[in-house]
Write a protein that binds this ligand. Structure first.
Ligand SMILES: Cc1cc2nc3c(=O)[nH]c(=O)nc-3n(C[C@H](O)[C@H](O)[C@H](O)COP(=O)(O)OP(=O)(O)OC[C@H]3O[C@@H](n4cnc5c(N)ncnc54)[C@H](O)[C@@H]3O)c2cc1C
Length: 522
């Protein structure tokens, strides 16, 4: 790939200006960091949309061991216990970092942090801001602090498309900017590259994620040969607000924590028959129960009228706004809800320092798979994971990677092109790689990925998205069991021997033909 210009970064180049990317940059300071993103830091990625908050064992009677245990229970046998322990142990310190940076977490009378409860947490341990504005406020504060930090350069309006490998090491990142006559391809060379590029929800037609979350970082790393872990595990949020918007606004889990109930259009509270914890059962169970109601022809609603009622607008302003736009008053009317692709447990395999399998590449936040989430993420553990591994990657890089002489800071034009995932791919992911999967559907999904790739020529942005989609579908096809976020209607049981997935893109390409051969031989 021939670049129009080459920028030499002094220190780390970070792809992504969500919470993981910005926090890594702040933790690196005074070590130099260039943060590259498509959208404006502070409003970028899923981070700015997070509603619930961050989990940390800060309350009386709570401890990190209990937080780690809840994480392991939600992860359905696939979490790495050492990683769950280190994240739970470091959580209070990372919340302390955010407080020192000026993040205004909600407090109770008397000044102590107000701690909320969410599904599958055994204690009140979620710090939040203005009810449901945690992501927006944390992102705002981190972006302001990053802008004021001399060692950090923030560059918006760049669309990264490919890693540059030199002498077996990740040495740079190609990014496009501008459109038409302004279009340029820039190679950013850097001694350390950190991917903080978020998840892949927008590869699905029904998602709560912003449209920039389409697995491109994961795809770029996979195309460069990185090992990808657990890509088949996608979490579907049970209560996206079903009013035909793309992406679908979210009705935060905290509403169910406050006692809101799920009903169908017959007024039946169907979760009572599904799980002992009813609406507070693990997310995958609640999401599948809703999916089954809908497949059987029922409509599904979140009824907050009794549990929250008149205080709704004040306590959950973001959800209230999304409902109001659609002409729904959640204080008096049930909210129409449906499950939507929400969070990717899988990602670029990375270790306790955030190092990927590629020399020179670190991965933090949702694009990484550290082993924290296993087969199912515990609510409010993802912002936390970005903070914990952002801090760890920063420490590793500043201790082990010598800065270089840098030169050049490109300015980005106002507009730049970033192709959207084709509708046919998004529709296939929702229909065939969604809440309920089977061999025929997953094989069809992989055939559609092939077609989309062929039709797109060698467009790198598309190849990044199809690589992410292929890994998700191929790993799901290979996993002959149901566990956490992955449910196979043709293999509904859970294998007694839990096993994580580690695969390369080449492995993923070989899976559909291998499964076909096996079937023909039977
Ligand atoms: C509606 C919603 C509510 C949520 N609520 C919570 C919650 O309460 N608690 C919790 O813990 N988690 C929550 N989550 C999950 C959490 O928000 C995410 O997991 C987390 O914010 C991911 O942060 P990140 O920094 O890794 O990625 P993101 O915040 O998604 O940022 C990704 C960045 O990468 C950039 N990028 C990606 N690809 C490219 C490219 N090719 N070129 C240039 N830039 C690129 C994007 O522009 C963006 O800046 C929620 C998610 C959603 C969608």
């Amino acid at each position: 790939m021939a670049a129009d210009s080459i920028i030499e970064c002094k220190g780390a180049l970070i792809l992504g200006a969500g919470i993981a990317g910005l926090f890594t940059a702040l933790k690196l300071a005074p070590y130099s960091a260039t943060v590259l993103a498509g959208t404006r830091p502070g409003m970028s990625g899923s981070s700015a949309w997070a509603q619930g908050g961050i989990a940390a064992a800060l309350g009386e009677g709570d401890n990190w061991q209990s937080h780690a245990e809840d994480t392991l229970a939600a992860g359905a046998g696939l979490c790495d216990p050492a990683i769950a322990a280190l994240v739970a142990r470091e959580a209070p310190e990372r919340i302390g970092d955010l407080l020192n940076l000026g993040v205004p977490f909600d407090r109770r009378d008397g000044g102590k942090l107000a701690l909320g409860r969410e599904a599958a947490h055994s204690h009140n341990r979620i710090v939040h801001i203005a009810g449901d504005r945690a992501g927006a406020e944390i992102s705002r504060v981190l972006a302001e602090r990053a802008l004021a930090t001399p060692s950090i350069t923030l560059l918006e309006g760049f669309h990264a498309i490919e890693l540059a490998i030199e002498n077996g090491r990740v040495a740079g990142l190609f990014a496009r900017t501008g459109i038409g006559r302004d279009a340029r391809l820039v190679l950013f060379r850097a001694p350390a590259i950190v991917f903080a590029s978020g998840g892949l929800g927008a590869l699905y037609a029904v998602t709560t994620n912003p449209l920039e979350s389409r697995g491109e970082g994961l795809g770029m790393a996979a195309r460069a040969g990185a090992i990808i872990a657990d890509p088949e595990f996608v979490q579907f949020h049970p209560t996206a607000i079903a009013v035909g918007r793309d992406p679908a606004p979210l009705a935060t889990e905290a509403l169910r924590g406050e006692g809101a109930i799920l009903i169908n259009d017959l007024g039946e509270r169907f979760m009572l028959d599904v799980h002992k914890d009813a609406e507070l059962a693990p997310r995958d169970i609640v999401a599948r129960a809703l999916h089954r109601q809908r497949v059987s022809g029922r409509k599904t609603f979140l009824d907050c009228t009794q549990a929250i009622g008149a205080s709704f607008a004040q306590r959950f302003p973001t959800v209230y706004g999304a409902c109001a736009e659609a002409g729904i008053d959640p204080a008096t009317q049930p909210i129409p809800v449906a499950p939507a692709a929400h969070y990717h447990m899988g990602g670029i395999a990375s270790d306790e320092r955030g190092r990927s399998s590629l020399n020179g590449l670190w991965a933090v936040g949702e694009c990484a798979a550290t082993g924290l989430h296993g087969a199912n993420r515990l609510a409010s553990n993802s912002l936390l994971e970005g903070l914990v591994f952002g801090a760890r990657a920063a420490e590793d890089i500043s201790a082990t990677v010598a800065p270089r002489l840098g030169h050049g800071t490109p300015s980005a034009p106002e507009r730049f092109a970033s192709p959207a995932p084709p509708h046919v791919l998004r529709e296939a992911m929702t229909r065939l790689v969604g809440l309920e999967r089977d061999e025929a559907g997953l094989s069809e999904a992989l055939a559609i990925v092939d077609q989309v790739e062929r039709a797109g020529g060698h467009e790198p942005a598309l190849l990044n998205m199809t690589a992410a989609a292929r890994l998700t579908a191929a790993a799901a096809l290979q996993r002959h069991e149901s566990r956490g976020g992955h449910y196979r209607s043709d293999f509904p049981d859970t294998d007694p021997a839990p096993r994580r997935t580690f695969m390369t893109l080449a492995d993923a390409r070989a899976i559909a033909p291998a499964v076909r051969k096996l079937r023909e031989a039977v």
